[in-house]
Structure formats: structure tokens, C-alpha cells
Design a protein. Sequence first.
Length: 106
Amino acid sequence: MQRVCFLLKVRADRLDEYRERHAAVWPEMLDALSATGWRNYSLFLREDGLLVGYLETEDFAAARAAMEATDVNARWQAEMAPFFESLDGARPDEAMKPLTEVFHLA
């Protein structure tokens, strides 16, 4: 099982709406994440907009590719893109760059 952690930055003026959107994630998005191998997926948001994501999956590259192939992901990413800083034209899911794990207590 791979443990994946990534950082993104939510725009300060969109924090409340970002929280609201994630309190009611579309059921079809939740189904797609589960079906494509995203497990134990959490997002943590700091007051300054720093977003920390964590998930577990058998194969992160395969899980990302499977999600990218879904229609619901394309729609979700298009709606979420305006919430983020510094995407440089990328979708939020494309901007997720996994951090290197340096320690894990099993």
C-alpha cells in the first residue's frame, strides 16, 4: 500500500466555500474515488489556505489515471480549479505533487 501526501494552496477568499463544497462532495465523485482505488483519503485545511491531502492506494499512478478517465472527475476538477492558487494552468488533480515520505511508524 502506498501512502501519498500532497500540498495545494486554497485562495484565502474562497476558504469558506471550499469547506462547504467538501462537506457535500457529489456521491458520484465519492463512488469514482472508491472504484479507482483511493482509500483513507483525507484533506486538511489550514486557516491560511494550505491544503494537505493524504490517501492510501495500491498504485498511485494507476489510481490517478483511472480517476482522470472519469467524466465526474473532469467536471469536479473544472469546478474546483478556481479555488486554488498557483496551478499554472493545471487542474488541481494534476498539480498534486506527492511529498517524499521520510518516516513512518507502523
